[in-house]
Design a protein around this ligand. Structure first.
Ligand code: GDG
Length: 473
């Protein structure tokens, strides 16, 4: 089997996957078994005066068991324009349908391209002829084109963890044609859902006159590109084991004792505007208002782990969350009952399954989400004899797969409030039947299935290139 080279913005030590989570577990397996290489940013920002020119980064190499980790530092200038500016100030909002939050500062794209060129320059000398390269996520869309420009002939696949919006939204990005041309330089492009794959096909057909050769294959920009939907999954066994481990069990019992007189609802999200946190709180408030019997009997624990706090849209969101939680607790709380527990901290991963298992209902209600792994983790952590209910946004990629969840439109406050109420009341038999169906799906399409099916398709992708230069800014 060929060596697998994974490239992503951040790199995790495959020996410490319990801390890093599902994606790292799935990737660690293939990396370990092929003695692979994982390449990305070191997480270190070097002040330009100290580190010299933008676009020059020191490379660090670590051997983590059979896997080689290679990371590169970024200068302040590159980090700010590549990471904060273009990746998280343009691509993240637009790909989540939030044109209103995008900052189309023309300067950012230069930094984005420079860092992709830096990655290509530093990675290329480390590559072997029969390596298979798997690039991850929106930070690195032009990487294949940059590697090709340096003469790399290896098979290169790309997986987009976030949604791809419809063509008219994509077309709002200045330079979208360059970006999408870069995406088509891969041999295989993977999306989370059929909806995203549909948007890709629609974009290249309408904007780039692509011709479909067969299902999932198009002739475009002088070559053939293949694309497919590979919904990401979790390692169900790893997560169930975590729920049964001492820390998971201890957490479960603590929560059950602490909230013995209430039904718990849980939300676990990075603080991000795509997650629909204020909408969720408003729906919960609406439920308390509309169904007074739920007052004193339902408590929502919202874990909101800090994320990208140096991007301004996130600061506004934090203020909105604090004021909504304060208002709900102030207006509805009693001396012996607080409706919302808002925890703006990162909770240690081994504790999460216990919290999920103690919760009768999980609220996973993003406004848009590539997949949403919390939905799958919640299902995996349940006791099949007495499982909780998943309330899931129809706008999460996971909704294409998790049909037995209660699907909601998070923009519809009343409708979501009604679904949360229904979830709290759901009889045991129905909860068990829904949970069985959900469990079957997350087991069949777990993290290993995701990795294997993507790499299998990449191995079979027929690269037909006719030599068109990829990048013209
Ligand atoms: C992107 C896409 C796609 C959250 N809070 C804590 C914590 N978490 C963990 C969860 C889960 C992960 O973070 C979040 O994954 P999601 O999938 O829900 O969301 P994103 O971070 O936005 O991920 C998404 C994903 O990539 C994979 O392709 O599904 O659509 O946006 O594992 O458990 N973990 C710990 N403490 C916390 O407080 N330990």
């Amino acid at each position: 089997m060929s060596r697998i080279v994974v490239v992503s913005n951040r790199v995790a030590d495959p020996r410490k996957t319990a801390a890093a989570g599902g994606l790292a577990v799935a990737l660690a397996d293939v990396l370990n078994s092929t003695g692979g290489l994982w390449f990305g940013w070191s997480g270190k920002v070097v002040e330009t005066a100290e580190g010299g020119k933008a676009g020059e980064g020191t490379v660090h190499t670590h051997q983590a068991g059979p896997v080689k980790l290679v990371t590169v530092d970024l200068s302040r200038e590159d980090h700010d324009s590549f990471y904060l500016g273009y990746s998280n100030g343009v691509l993240w909002p637009v790909f989540h349908y939030r044109l209103d939050l995008a900052d189309f500062d023309a300067g950012y794209i230069g930094g984005y391209r420079r860092v992709n060129q830096l990655f290509a320059r530093k990675l290329q000398p480390l590559l072997q002829d029969d390596d298979v390269i798997w690039v991850h996520d929106y930070h690195l869309i032009p990487l294949a084109a940059e590697l090709r420009a340096l003469g790399c002939q290896q098979r290169i696949g790309f997986f987009l963890h976030i949604p791809l919006p419809p063509p008219l939204i994509l077309a709002a990005i200045p330079g979208h044609d360059w970006l999408m041309r870069g995406l088509c330089a891969y041999d295989l492009v993977g999306f989370q859902s059929q909806a995203d794959l549909g948007h890709f096909g629609h974009y290249i057909e309408t904007e780039a006159h692509a011709q479909q050769v067969e299902a999932g294959r198009w002739r475009v920009f002088g070559r053939v590109v293949q694309a497919g939907a590979f919904p990401i999954g979790i390692d169900v066994d790893e997560f169930t084991a975590l729920a049964e481990a001492p820390e998971g069990r201890e957490m479960f019992h603590r929560m059950r004792n602490e909230y013995s007189r209430r039904k718990l609802l849980v939300g676990v999200d990075r603080v991000d505007y795509s997650k629909g946190l204020p909408h969720r709180l408003r729906a919960f408030r609406e439920m308390l208002q509309k169904y007074p019997e739920t007052r004193k009997s339902a408590t929502l624990i919202q874990i909101a782990s800090p994320s990208r706090e140096n991007v301004s849209a996130y600061t506004d969101l934090l203020h909105e969350m604090e004021s909504l939680c304060g208002a709900i607790n102030g207006n509805y709380g009693e001396l012996d009952w607080m409706p919302v527990r808002y925890i703006h901290r990162n909770v240690a991963r081994p504790r999460l399954p216990g919290i999920y298992r103690a919760a009768r209902v999980a609220l996973v209600t993003p406004l848009r989400d590539g997949m949403n792994l919390v939905a799958k983790e919640y299902i995996a952590a349940q006791d099949p004899a007495d499982p909780g209910v998943l309330v899931l946004s129809r706008f999460a990629g996971a909704a294409e797969q998790l049909k037995e969840a209660l699907l909601v439109n998070p923009y519809d406050t009343e409708g979501t409030a009604g679904a949360i109420h229904l979830a709290l009341q759901m009889p045991l038999e129905e909860r068990q039947a829904r949970h069985r169906g959900l469990m079957e799906t997350i087991r069949r399409y777990d993290g290993h299935w995701w990795c294997d099916s993507f790499l299998d398709a990449l191995g079979k992708a027929k690269a037909e290139e006719t030599g068109t230069p990829w990048l013209r800014l």
